[in-house]
Design a protein around this ligand. Structure first.
Ligand code: FAD
Ligand code: NAG
Ligand code: NAG
Length: 443
């Protein structure tokens, strides 16, 4: 295909990174990104943690080094119980073992670094205020319809439109089966400064900290996590159980209500929590509060359509609970591996509709589904931890020894999974289904 016309729906983390890889690997492509948000607010807010596998992709994109001074770089996560007793320090990243530290950073900083790269590429155009309504493929083209009644046509369309993906709906056989489902859990949190709470960090434990509560009903876990380079601005959050789904979650946009929920949970008369947690909630600025309900959807059998002209990546393909902190990382890995695959498809004799083209897409998709399984294992463990020690262990959990054994038991599993997660290198993996020769040509 001489000059493929690529359509990307969504300019989130996956859409932007994919477009940058494509400009490099398929220089003749023209790329149009359609985004529902207005150009004045292109990104969502909050902070994210990026593990070495995510940072490796950002390094390949040439933006990692610029992010280092803009976020909090760390290796270890300190685990404590509700009484502030030290349980363990988990090495979750580090240059010597994984090539990279971990980085917690404001999401908008990552987004704008990607956006800046995209804006330097003449073959990419971003169209804002563009809401995709449906997509449709034929043997030789793919068409997207927008809510204003117009449409656009290209050779291939990549859905990067997040967990509530519209494209996924037009692409799977039984859309209802793939609707996002509420998980019964919400995350609530806000910001605090080190200056406000350091005096309550009695043993000067290193940040970030993850604290576990003895009973899920009184708050299962509490994180305190720096997100700027000097490590003096913190974000804090907890996961709470909330069985009933709200229709539009409008009530939860009331920040005072969010702070009230945190106060009821952590500052009640019989709260088992330490002073550090109590003071964090008490002293935090109400305007800094944020909230997220957790949704999940079933993962389709494959991430591309019958004729492979529609492809899903990122949350549109496989949204996951934030507990494992791997959603953005998977979106980045998807983008890089897909870019190699598409370049492979288009650079050989094969092209999209041919058996060779379909085979590459099928191998890519299978590889990514296998990768999802590894990540889900980590997510399950982390979610169990965040939910807290309900059931048989409750009560017993007041002794430090039992706590420590419980945490160390998890560490064995997490350690093995951690290496598989952190050391993933899209470039090396893609050799598996494209071959050395193709990857060599692409570099
Ligand atoms: C509370 C919370 C904390 C998280 N923390 C972490 C973390 O620490 N580490 C981590 O790796 N991941 C984390 N994640 C997950 C991570 O944010 C997502 O996995 C990641 O943003 C997925 O990227 P994406 O590009 O697929 O989707 P998104 O970033 O959601 O982007 C989708 C884009 O598509 C646009 N769009 C949607 N519908 C349409 C439409 N119909 N037409 C046009 N455009 C459309 C949206 O406006 C958006 O810009 C967290 C998620 C949550 C909710
Ligand atoms: C993480 O922990 C290890 C082992 O205790 C220690 O050697 C290392 O210095 C720590 N890393 C950082 C950045 O504090
Ligand atoms: C309809 O939306 C598309 C995508 O945002 C845009 O390119 C086009 O200009 C819009 N057309 C009209 C008539 O509003």
């Amino acid at each position: 295909m001489a000059s493929p016309q690529v359509i990307i729906i969504g300019s989130g983390l996956s859409g932007l990174s994919l477009s940058i890889f494509l400009t490099r690997l398929i220089p003749t492509a023209t790329i149009k990104i359609y985004e529902v948000r207005p150009s004045t607010h292109p990104s969502t807010t909050g902070t994210i943690n990026l593990t070495p596998n995510a940072l490796r992709v950002l390094d390949h994109l040439g933006i990692y080094k610029s992010l280092i001074p803009q976020g909090f770089n760390f290796d270890n996560l300190t685990m404590l119980n509700h009484q502030f007793d030290f349980l363990a320090s988990i090495p979750i990243a580090g240059v010597s073992e994984f090539e990279y530290q971990s980085l917690r950073i404001e999401r908008r900083i990552v987004h704008s670094a990607l956006l800046e790269k995209v804006q330097g590429q003449p073959q990419v155009e971003i169209i804002y205020d563009a809401k995709c309504e449906s997509v449709e493929e034929s043997d030789s083209t793919v068409t997207v319809r927008f809510t204003n009644g117009t449409s656009a046509t290209g050779d291939i369309l990549i859905a990067c439109d997040g967990i509530h993906s519209t494209v996924r709906k037009s692409f799977v056989k039984d859309p209802k089966d793939f609707d996002p489902k509420y998980t019964g859990q919400i995350s609530v949190g806000g910001n605090i400064t080190k200056a406000q709470i350091q005096e309550y960090n009695l043993k000067n434990n290193p940040y970030p900290m993850m604290m576990f509560g003895p009973e899920a009903g009184k708050g299962a876990s509490f994180m305190v996590w720096p997100y700027n380079h000097d490590g003096d601005q913190f974000t804090f959050f907890t996961t709470l159980s909330k069985p009933d789904e709200e229709k539009d979650w409008k009530e939860f946009s009331d920040k005072q209500k969010l702070k009230d929920i945190m106060q009821e949970t952590f500052l009640s008369e019989d709260s088992p929590w330490n002073e550090m947690v109590k003071k964090t909630v008490e002293l935090s600025d109400v305007d800094s509060y944020r909230f997220w309900p957790f949704y999940l959807h079933s993962i389709p059998e494959k991430f591309y359509s019958e004729k492979a002209r529609i492809v899903l990546i990122g949350d549109a393909a496989h949204a996951m609970p934030p507990s494992g902190g791997q959603g953005a990382a998977m979106a980045f890995e998807d983008a890089e591996t897909l870019a190699y695959s598409l370049a492979g498809v288009l650079s050989t004799e094969s092209s999209l509709g041919t058996p060779q083209g379909l085979e590459i897409m099928s191998k890519w998709s299978e590889h990514r589904i296998a990768r999802m399984k590894t990540i889900q294992e980590l997510n399950r463990r982390m979610a169990d931890m965040r939910k807290g020690s309900t059931g048989s262990t409750s009560g017993v959990m007041f002794t430090v020894k039992v706590w420590a054994i419980w945490v160390l038991g998890l560490l064995g599993v997490l350690g093995r999974t951690r290496r598989a997660i952190n050391n993933y290198d899209a470039n090396k993996e893609a050799v598996g289904w494209l071959g050395e020769a193709t990857i060599g040509k692409l570099e």
